[in-house]
Write a protein that binds this ligand. Structure first.
Ligand SMILES: Nc1nc2c(c(=O)[nH]1)N[C@H]1C(S)=C(S)[C@@H](COP(=O)(O)O)O[C@H]1N2
Ligand SMILES: [Mo]
Length: 249
C-alpha cells in the first residue's frame, strides 16, 4: 500500500516534527494545541479504521434467487458484440495513469492471480438490494503490480457502455481502492458474469453503493484529480448531478 494511511492522516494537517511538538507541549498554551492535534489524529484514525472495516459477508443459502441488472443491461456496440461472440477471450483490462508500470491484462492473466470470493449484499440507491457471490482478483494486487505513484489520489474505472448518450465511468479514493473486498469480479455465483451484470469484468466495491460498481470494465486509471475527466465530478451520475461522489455504506 503506497503510504495511503500517512497521506490520508496528514491531509489537511500541518506537519510538525515530533520533537518540536513535545518541546512546545511543555509550555502552557501550546500544550492545548498539542492535545488538540492528538485528538484530531485519534479521530482521523477512527474514521480511517471504520472505512477499512469489512462489509458483511453471507452464507451460500442466503443468496438472492436472481440478481437483477440495473442501468445498462446490454452493450450496443459492434466491438462488444464481437467480444461476446468470442467468449471475451480477447478482452483486455488496462491499468494506467499515474503508475510506473502500466499493465494490459487478459482474462487469463486476471484468472491466474490470487482470487477472492465473497458473498455480499448489493445496495442500489434506487431502493433494492440483492445478495450474491462474486469472485476475482483484488484491485490492490493490480495496483501494487502497476506501482501507483505518490501523487495519485483516486482510481477511475472506465467502461464499455454508453448510458443516456454518455460513457459510463466511476471512481473511488485510495481507501476503497485498497479495501480487501474491492475486487475485479469475473464470476457471479460461480459462473462467468452475465451481460446484464457487467460481462466480462465489473468492479465490486463492497463499502459503496451500487452505482460505484462499474460494469463492462475496460480500464483502470490512477489520477490526481477529476478535472480532465468527463464532467469533472468523478462519475457518470455525479456529472449528471443525480448522486454524490462519496457513496459509502
Ligand atoms: N458500466 C456500468 N456500470 C454500472 C451501471 C451502468 O449502467 N453501467 N449501473 C450501476 C448501478 S446504478 C447499479 S445499481 C449496478 C447494478 O449492477 P447489476 O446490473 O449487476 O445489478 O451497476 C452499476 N454499474
Ligand atoms: Mo444503482
Amino acid at each position: 500500500m503506497p503510504d495511503i494511511k500517512r497521506r490520508t492522516l496528514l491531509a489537511g494537517m500541518v506537519a510538525m516534527p515530533a520533537a518540536a511538538c513535545s518541546e512546545l507541549a511543555e509550555t502552557g498554551p501550546a500544550g492545548d494545541l498539542f492535545d488538540a492535534a492528538e485528538d484530531w489524529h485519534r479521530s482521523a484514525h477512527r474514521t480511517l479504521a471504520s472505512r477499512q472495516a469489512l462489509a458483511p459477508e453471507y452464507a451460500a443459502d442466503e443468496r438472492s434467487p436472481d440478481i437483477r441488472g440495473n442501468g445498462t443491461l446490454k452493450v450496443e456496440t459492434a466491438e462488444y458484440r464481437a467480444h461476446e461472440a468470442n467468449g471475451f477471450a480477447d478482452w483486455r483490462l488496462s491499468v494506467g495513469g499515474l503508475v510506473d508500470n502500466p499493465l494490459s491484462l487478459s482474462m487469463a492473466d486476471l484468472r491466474a492471480l490470487p482470487q477472492r470470493t465473497q458473498i455480499t449484499r448489493h445496495d442500489c440507491v434506487e431502493g433494492w438490494s440483492a445478495i450474491a457471490e462474486w469472485s476475482g482478483p483484488q484491485l490492490s494486487a493490480l495496483l501494487d503490480t502497476a506501482k501507483v505513484r505518490e501523487g495519485a489520489n483516486f482510481i477511475v474505472f472506465r467502461c464499455a457502455d454508453v448510458l443516456y448518450g454518455r460513457d459510463y465511468y466511476e471512481s473511488v479514493d485510495m481507501v476503497d481502492a485498497y479495501h480487501p473486498q474491492t475486487i475485479i469480479a469475473h464470476e457471479l455465483n460461480g459462473a462467468p458474469l452475465p451481460e446484464k451484470n457487467g460481462a466480462p469484468l465489473r468492479m465490486r466495491i463492497e463499502r459503496q453503493l451500487g452505482y460505484k460498481h462499474a460494469k463492462y470494465l475496460t480500464a483502470i486509471e490512477a489520477v490526481a484529480s477529476f478535472d480532465e475527466i468527463y464532467g469533472g465530478k468523478g462519475g457518470f451520475w455525479e456529472d449528471i448531478g443525480d448522486y454524490q461522489w462519496y457513496a459509502g455504506i
